[in-house]
Design a protein around this ligand. Structure first.
Ligand code: GLU
Length: 439
């Protein structure tokens, strides 16, 4: 029997380390992936220069009346990185530590993701710097409405299309849509409903969007397993972050016989060598807001979590979680990035040296924006697709993109992440070369 995690971990990871206290230049990291991919693709210097920076950086300040009658000023962002392939596209994040640098990185990543997936979208990202857990539901509604009101016609179904991200969900999008329809898009209501995606189904959302990111992660894992002749049934999973992406990934993998043995979120980490009942855990989190206090698991430290003996790790929380130390500690064969940017370049180098395969964010979590695209198309055409249609299209889109990544990696002898950026870059460069620069 292997040692309990508490003993194993103390040998491999110093217990004092916290990644989040270090300064991390997220945007610089994403720019460096572009530079690396550009070594494999013939990129005119001016195109690289354009793609290195966001096209527009919007910052708004707006007051909101809180429940106690006082007014609080909020800072909101929308970074529009590229719209050469179509409208800016990407989520809205509500988080107390969100910064301009983060949004620039995340917006650029959306450009790469949409180009890799062959979607007719560019990249954008935005949100508000505050803790959504610290306000009431009414306050959350007013904050969201004032934010989208402040953005005005800087978003729109054919210009910039937000969606959920960390700290936001379908309800946030319902408020956003309603605000947009009542202020900017009053006339063409049906077509204007495509101003945001990830909406509740009754408000113009699509079936299959809620689970799409997790489903996409699982398609990638399954395809990796098929190609490497790795039998998924009976294997073990660890997941960091049990929100929309982490929980749905765990639930869908459970149906394939993969059991979740360790899980963590902003409140801490839990271990259960027998495997968690993921349906019950998901329900618990829906009711309680986090995994804290869930009875069927033993509390472990962050360091112990990373050292748990398993087969697959899905980071589904925030960026910069897997540094060199965590990558050294991991006891898995595969890391599939449900989150955006969870691996630092140092962490990724360690994974590569240790032969741990990495499925990068721009591919692994692209199921979300792919089904957002299906939602947007349905809104444009006033159509309602069946779940099977959404699921079939998503699977094909994920497998095709996986294949593009593999082909590029093989031809150019590079890692999966740079292959994804390379595929995306080829597509973007072609468009710039064809259209040239105005005037
Ligand atoms: N926030 C998600 C992402 O990072 C989804 C974006 C979207 O659907 O537009 O990909």
């Amino acid at each position: 029997m292997s040692a309990p995690p508490s003993q194993r971990a103390s040998q491999t990871v110093p217990s004092t380390r916290t990644v989040t206290t270090e300064r991390y230049d997220f945007f610089r990291v994403i720019q460096s992936y572009l530079d690396e991919a550009a070594r494999h693709v013939n990129v005119p210097e001016h195109v690289r220069g354009i793609l290195r920076e966001p096209k527009n950086e919007l910052i708004v300040h707006f007051p909101v009346r809180m429940d106690n009658g006082e007014y609080r000023l909020f800072k909101g962002y929308r970074i529009q990185h590229s719209n050469i392939l179509g409208p800016f596209k990407g989520g809205m994040r509500y988080h107390e530590h969100a910064s301009l640098d983060d949004f620039k990185a995340l917006a650029a990543m959306m450009t790469w993701k949409c180009a890799l997936m062959n979607l007719p979208f560019g990249g954008g990202k935005g949100g508000i710097k505050f803790d959504p857990r610290g306000v009431s539901r009414d306050e959350l509604g007013r904050i969201t409405r004032r934010f989208f009101h402040a953005l005005g016609s800087n978003i729109g179904p054919d210009y910039d299309v937000p969606a959920p991200d960390v700290g936001t969900n379908a309800q946030t999008m319902a408020w956003a849509l309603d605000t947009y329809l009542n202020t900017v898009g009053m006339v063409h209501k049906t077509a204007a409903s495509g101003v945001v995606t990830g909406k509740p189904v009754a408000s113009g959302g699509t079936v299959g969007r809620e689970t799409a990111t997790g489903q996409g992660v699982v398609h990638c894992i399954s395809e990796w397993a098929r190609r490497t002749r790795f039998k998924l049934e009976g294997k073990k999973l660890i997941v960091q972050g049990f929100g929309n992406v982490g929980s749905n990934t765990a639930v869908i993998l459970a149906a394939l016989g993969v059991s979740l043995v360790a899980v963590g979120d902003h409140t801490g980490y839990l271990y259960n060598p027998e495997g968690f009942n993921v349906h019950r855990l998901k329900q618990y989190v829906a009711q309680n807001g986090s995994i804290a206090g869930y009875a069927n698991g033993q509390k472990i430290t962050r360091e112990e979590f990373f050292a748990v003996q398993a087969d697959i790790f899905v980071p589904a929380a925030l960026e910069n979680q897997i540094g060199a130390t965590e990558a050294e500690a991991l006891q898995v064969s595969l890391v599939a990035e449900g989150a955006n940017g969870p691996c630092s370049p140092e962490g990724e180098a360690v994974l590569a040296r240790r032969g741990i395969e990495l499925l990068p964010d721009v591919l692994a979590n692209a199921g979300g924006v792919t089904v957002s695209y299906y939602e947007w198309v349905q809104n444009k055409r006033s159509e309602t697709w069946a779940l099977e249609e959404v699921e079939e299209r998503l699977e094909k889109a994920m497998l095709d993109a996986y294949d593009r990544m593999s082909q590029f990696a093989k031809t150019h002898n590079c890692g999966n992440r740079i292959a994804c950026y390379g595929v995306a870059l080829q597509r973007l460069v072609q468009v710039y070369v064809e259209r040239e620069i105005f005037p």
